[in-house]
Design a binder for this molecule. Structure first.
Ligand code: TXA
Ligand code: MG
Length: 350
């Protein structure tokens, strides 16, 4: 299959391109498209054969359900049974990087939801995603547009690398603003539980829900034999070919550790502020200064860059498992396969 590739320019020609992409979705084809989080690999959410093509293109296990994207939060009613808590969260955070698990209606084939009787609903804020869904006239099932297990794509070039010849068309809307996938939650009576952390944080959800909990697997890689709440949490994810070494240490100790351990062909992830301290160790820049937003925005691209440049091992300082950093923490412990070097020592007071 030849994969068509179009840049979204902001000019009048975009309308034709989006129409073409929407037509492909309606006819059961696959389209890579930008969202504010990461690029998605879209197909009609009402067409079981189209969903099967997504699993084949990604090489994804078919028990890992897809997120269904709608143009407006009200359209959730078309595919799911919608409780008042959803409406409340939607008024505050949709369109945006929030995905809510709801009981599904029969129009959604079970091939889309990995056989579950629930469906994950998200209303993206990216204008290209919005126009594509609206023009297609059907909700769009879309996982991240990477080959299964690889870092999620945050540019159209990443999608082309992973999917060239495997999908019909790619819409290039430039780099994704957020860079990590949406927050996934399930609802309880008055509260909610975070199954996958993202840019909508626990603290933000607590402004609308009386109780917010974080699933254990978010901060610990799922244990063998546990039944994961969200099937996606059980797979090793986001992993580059390079070994990812997470170091749990203060900034000074992290610098010392990297200077002691980094060998030829190995690199460190750092903001430009601290980069000069690593004395000759190649640096993958994750932003100008240390900030959760900049690091989240760049991390998946850096994991891919590490492989492109042939680094065999990369060192990353472990971020805190809280607040705006929780999503980054969650992705990094998966990318590293759970291997963490602990250098904090409360006993010695250091
Ligand atoms: O930001 C995002 O959410 C991106 C963009 C493209 O929208 N999409 C994305 O999809 O990250 P994917 O397929 O890579 O991740 C979906 C996650 C998986 O962990 C999956 O197991 C979980 O959502 N999920 C989907 N449906 C579910 C359901 N019914 N119950 C529990 N978890 C579900
Ligand atoms: Mg994914």
């Amino acid at each position: 299959m030849k994969t068509e590739f179009y840049k979204i320019t902001g000019g009048p020609e975009d309308a034709e391109v989006i129409k073409r992409a929407a037509g492909i979705i309606r006819c059961g084809g696959l389209v890579g498209f930008p969202t504010e989080t990461v690029y998605g690999l879209g197909a009609s959410a009402l067409n079981e054969q189209a969903a099967e093509k997504i699993y084949a293109a990604k090489g994804r296990p078919s028990d890992n359900p897809l997120i269904v994207h709608v143009a407006y939060p009200e359209e959730a009613e078309r595919i799911a049974y919608v409780p008042p808590m959803f409406k409340r969260l939607a008024r505050r955070y949709m369109p945006g990087p929030l995905t809510v698990i709801l009981p599904k209606r029969d129009v959604v084939p079970s091939g889309v939801t990995g056989g579950l009787d629930t469906v994950a609903v998200r209303c993206p804020s990216h204008p290209v995603a919005h126009r594509l869904i609206e023009e297609a006239g059907v909700p769009i099932a879309a996982p991240s547009a990477n080959r299964s297990g690889a870092p999620s794509p945050t540019t159209a070039e990443h999608v082309l690398r992973d999917m060239d010849g495997r999908i019909d068309l790619i819409l290039d809307g430039g780099p994704c603003e957020i860079g990590l996938e949406s927050t996934v939650i399930r609802l309880a009576e008055e509260g909610c539980e975070i199954l996958r952390p993202g840019a909508i944080t626990e603290q933000m959800l607590a402004e609308e829900c009386s109780s917010v909990t974080v699933a254990d697997a978010v901060v610990e890689p799922a244990l063998a034999g546990d039944k994961p709440l969200s099937p996606g949490m059980k797979y090793k994810h986001y992993a580059p070919a390079a070994e990812v070494v997470l170091v749990d240490a203060t900034a000074d100790r992290f610098v010392a550790y990297v200077r002691d351990h980094a060998a030829k062909g190995e690199a460190v992830v750092s903001s430009r502020t601290h980069a000069y301290r690593f004395e000759g160790v190649p640096v993958l820049y994750c932003g100008e200064t240390d900030s959760a937003e900049e690091e989240s925005h760049s991390i998946f691209a850096l994991l891919r860059e590490a492989d492109d440049r042939g680094f065999t091992r990369i060192y990353i300082q472990l971020p805190p498992a809280e607040g705006k950093y929780l999503a980054l923490y969650n992705r990094l412990i998966r990318a590293s396969g759970g291997k963490i070097v602990h250098m904090q020592s409360s006993l010695t007071g250091e």
